[in-house]
Design a protein around this ligand. Structure first.
Ligand SMILES: Nc1ncnc2c1ncn2[C@@H]1O[C@H](COP(=O)(O)OP(=O)(O)OP(=O)(O)O)[C@@H](O)[C@H]1O
Length: 332
């Protein structure tokens, strides 16, 4: 099997200031600063096959951005090796750039004051694209990403959803084989999120694109990715398919009910009571067959309910669940 990405025993440490305690600590840190090491990525190994779409998940500070920066060649691993299509990214930054596209949800590659088209013309020059290749890709992306009607508009006038579609098109204009997406739907409304996910699914299948996606929105992962890697504290804690993760995790939704008056223990069929405060109770929805309608039917006869919500587990809760429900799973 051909691997698009091979990560082998990679560790990345940063040197950070060691601020000393005590009354004079600040003074000593100022005149004689000490440094200590922080391990952001710890002995990580995994492979991504060509054409796979992988969700790279973890709580804040888990080392996701550090890993993406190493895979794109911006940072150099402290030890271990990374290969993208057989090449170490930091040693072959120029060649590597031809094969990868990068979208950071919180940072723009588009020129803010200029019309959208200008950023594309610039990329054409930067990537030395032939007229034929540029026009073919441009026409494809303009149509799939529906950006024709704001093609000549200045970037700062675009809505967030339009800008993200333009960012995606720009990252794909040189027809990369691997696309890195860091929180691509952050800040978008539901409709715009849906559009981005649909487009990514389409482009991925039409171009056999390998996708690495970090997101705190589980719906992104569910709709775009076939595999998941979960990291915590720089270490790999899960690698496998979404189905394996679901089986490992158990319930994926949480029901929260708020009461007007102090209320004793209350059971709801198809859920497990996990937090039993007098005014607020939390339940894990155990059974995938338990629909919101089913829950609503059970709640309608209980007066005294001020509010209730059914929400997905957060990444932090998933990480806890992976730890709680057994050993760390690695199954490619
Ligand atoms: N340039 C840096 N210098 C020193 N420490 C850093 C640097 N970049 C990241 N770190 C530290 O490395 C650890 C991992 O950070 P990283 O940004 O990779 O995590 P992350 O999973 O992407 O987090 P988030 O989801 O919050 O973006 C954190 O403790 C962070 O403070």
């Amino acid at each position: 099997m051909e691997f698009a990405i091979e990560v082998c025993n990679v560790t990345k440490t940063y040197k950070i200031a060691n601020n000393r305690d005590g009354n004079t600590g600040w003074f000593h840190s100022l005149v004689k600063p000490e440094r200590k090491e922080l391990t952001a990525v710890s002995d990580l190994s995994f492979q991504v096959s060509t054409g796979d779409s992988v969700g790279y998940l973890g709580p804040n500070g888990a080392g996701k951005s550090t890993m993406i920066k190493m895979m794109t060649g911006i940072l150099v691993p402290t030890s271990g090796t990374i290969e993208l299509r057989g090449r170490q990214p930091h040693l072959h930054r120029k060649e590597n750039a031809q094969h990868i596209g990068v979208v950071f949800g919180q940072r723009s590659q588009l020129w803010w004051e200029l019309p959208v088209v200008d950023s594309f013309e610039l990329h054409k020059i930067m990537y030395s694209l032939s007229n034929y290749c540029y026009e073919r890709n441009k026409n494809y992306l303009l149509q799939v990403l529906e950006i024709k009607n704001f093609w000549n508009q200045s970037v700062r006038q675009l809505s967030l959803g339009q800008r993200m579609r333009a960012e995606l098109a720009l990252a794909l204009i040189h027809e990369p084989k691997i696309l890195f997406l860091d929180e691509p739907t952050i800040g978008l409304d539901i409709e715009a999120k849906e559009a981005v996910r649909k487009i990514l699914r389409q482009i991925q299948s039409e171009r056999e694109l390998t996708i690495i996606l970090t997101s705190h929105d589980l719906q992104d992962i569910r709709e775009i990715c076939s595999k998941v890697i979960i990291v915590n504290g720089g270490e790999l804690i899960f690698e496998g398919t979404l189905d394996t993760l679901r089986a490992q995790m158990g319930p994926e939704r949480r029901l929260v009910i708020t009461f007007a008056k102090p209320t004793g223990e209350l059971r709801i069929a198809g859920t497990a009571l996990i937090s039993n405060d007098k005014f607020e109770k939390h339940y894990l929805i155990q059974d995938r067959a338990t629909s919101s309608g089913n829950i609503l039917a059970q709640l309608k006869d209980i007066d005294n309910i001020v509010d209730f919500s059914v929400r997905e587990l957060t990444i932090e809760e998933i990480v806890k669940s992976v730890y709680r429900n057994g050993s760390i799973v690695k199954c490619s």
